[in-house]
Design a protein around this ligand. Structure first.
Ligand code: ADP
Ligand code: MG
Length: 257
């Protein structure tokens, strides 16, 4: 390979997937004045990493994640995905919500298929991909169940399947385990990390919001520390734990399952 091609390959590999520059978000609180939630937030997400965003409740983490997903437009600043300004909800970015955000009147399969609604995929292809995402995330056999028939952990698996079905490059997770009990959260975290480390999810990077320090350290390659009032990235921790991470001792697992 000639030098130009090598240089090109190196540049392509290290190009950020997501770049956030100078993002500010202000909410109008009527007679209470303006609330500055995000102040000059900057971050970069590159391929191959799981990045945590750790901060207190109310510090603006969800607001930031929703801005990156294109669900809201920040008051100021720039957000790019693969070099292009994020406008609307970009293909290639999918999000998982703390409270699952499932439609209770739809089955698991229908909820997951909804992830592909806006993508112009044929009904047959939609079904095939939804079934494959459901299988991947461990919900095989529950395709026709309704959310109310499922445990919290299984509901969040539906949320994950709905995100994975679009084959996103970037997965945004907003406190995905905080509504779950400790053991359920641990099992789901482990399953997710297994899929990630075995390369079975076609995802290049994960940005995960949490207020759980242990979870951040166990799951992430880097953890961004988010301040409150206003929200801003103030520090970064690089985590260097041996793989595989986040495992309960198998004997303990056998006892609790
Ligand atoms: P976090 O996810 O870190 O808990 P949020 O981003 O949900 O924080 O919220 C940050 C602050 O912004 C909170 O004070 C919240 O009340 C306020 N906020 C969030 N969304 C809105 C909105 N749509 N309108 C007005 N205020 C909001
Ligand atoms: Mg939040």
């Amino acid at each position: 390979m000639n030098q130009a091609l090598i240089t090109q390959a190196v540049i392509t590999k290290t190009l950020p997937l997501v770049e956030v520059h100078g993002v500010c978000q202000t909410y109008d609180k009527g007679s209470a004045g303006k609330l500055v939630v995000l102040d000059q937030v900057g971050l970069t997400l590159v391929s191959g990493e799981i990045v945590g965003l750790l901060g207190r409740s109310g510090s603006g983490k969800s607001t930031l994640l929703r801005s990156i997903a294109g669900l809201i437009r920040p008051s100021e600043g720039a957000i790019t995905f693969e070099g292009k300004a994020v406008s609307g909800t970009p293909d290639g970015i999918a999000m998982v919500f703390q409270s699952f955000a499932l439609f209770p009147w739809l089955t698991v399969l229908q909820n997951v298929e909804l992830g592909l609604e806006a993508q112009g995929v044929s009904p047959a292809e939609r079904r095939r991909r939804a079934l494959s995402a459901i299988d991947l995330i461990g919900l095989d056999g529950f395709e026709n169940a309704y959310p109310k028939e499922l445990s919290g952990g299984m509901r969040q698996r539906v949320g994950l399947a709905r995100a994975l079905v679009v084959h996103p490059k970037v997965l945004l997770m907003d406190e995905p385990f905080s509504a779950l009990d400790v053991l359920t959260a641990e099992t789901l975290r482990t399953d997710l990390l297994d899929l990630w480390s075995e390369g079975r999810m076609p995802i290049e990077s994960i940005l995960m919001v949490t207020h759980n320090i242990e979870e951040a350290v166990l799951m992430c390659d880097r953890v961004l520390i988010f301040s409150s009032n206003p929200g801003r990235v103030v520090a970064e921790l690089k985590i260097d734990l041996p793989q595989p991470r986040n495992r309960l001792d198998p004997a303990f697992r056998a006892l609790v399952e």
